[in-house]
Unconditional design. Structure first.
Length: 263
């Protein structure tokens, strides 16, 4: 196995995943998971979010293989997640519960979207922006290979180790020599099919990550006039809907922009 990957996986514990659900909400995705995220944005910039999220089987196997906790312990620990969420700027309340050791659901209240993971002097560009436009508004989320690793660095040192173990070129600088999704899947298979405890883990990871999707809905405080990266529905149309391939977020082969404009 690649030496960099070996070193990062050796340091991983169950709490590596503590802040990943937060990353989902920030980026509209939960890397290595499939799930449903529903959000309600208010005119003052506050928001309520509900989450249902589960690790893909191969990712759960990877975390379990390097975990230092007992086999019965939660891989996604709801209590640890809540404690982490409550310490993040812009988060007003958080509540989570385990459905299974590798799945959670819960809710989050954000006091101000523009404060969410704001770190002046670190980010060269904000990844999430809410603006009033006359009587309406605009919410934009931008993800690039420059912005995403900076977001990871704001969360926890273990998070960078987790994404490095997944060899995600879009979320950590360790693997940014990988340029395309095809290259990423080839490298993932080659690396993790060498794992002695599971010779087919690389194939399983590639298959799971290639098909994993995050489905996001966002209700906004006005009639939607345009959506980028998704669709909108309702009469009047106040709900934006996005289906986001997890592999697009892991690799960021191209910059991603999700935007909702309403009046």
């Amino acid at each position: 196995m690649n030496n960099v990957c070996m070193e990062t996986t050796k340091t991983m514990k169950n709490n590596v995943l503590a802040l990943l659900p937060l990353f989902v909400m920030l980026m509209c995705a939960f890397a290595s998971c499939s799930g449903q995220i529903n959000g309600v944005l208010r005119e003052d910039g506050s928001a309520d979010i509900t989450i249902q999220s589960a690790l893909q089987p191969s990712v759960a196997a990877l975390i379990g293989a390097v975990s230092m906790n007992t086999p019965s312990a939660a891989i996604l620990d709801a209590r640890t997640i809540v404690a982490s969420l409550r310490s993040i700027r812009g988060v007003k309340t958080a509540a989570m519960r385990n459905i299974t050791p590798s799945s959670i659901d819960g809710s989050l209240t954000i006091s101000q979207v523009n404060d969410f993971l704001d770190a002046p002097g670190i980010q060269t560009q904000r990844f999430i922006t809410y603006k009033q436009t006359g009587s309406g508004g605009r919410l934009s989320i931008t993800l690039t290979r420059t912005i995403a690793p900076q977001l990871v660095s704001l969360l926890s040192p273990d998070i960078a180790d987790y994404f490095s173990a997944l060899m995600a070129p879009g979320l950590t600088t360790d693997w940014q020599y990988i340029q395309t999704k095809a290259e990423y899947l080839r490298q993932l298979k080659a690396t993790y099919n060498m794992l002695k405890s599971n010779r087919r883990l690389g194939d399983a990871l590639a298959a799971d990550l290639e098909t994993a999707m995050i489905r996001l809905t966002l209700d906004v405080p006005g009639a939607i006039t345009s959506v980028q990266g998704g669709t909108f529905s309702g009469t009047p149309a106040q709900r934006a809907e996005f289906t986001i391939p997890v592999i697009d977020l892991l690799v960021l082969e191209k910059p991603l922009l999700y935007e909702v404009v309403w009046k």
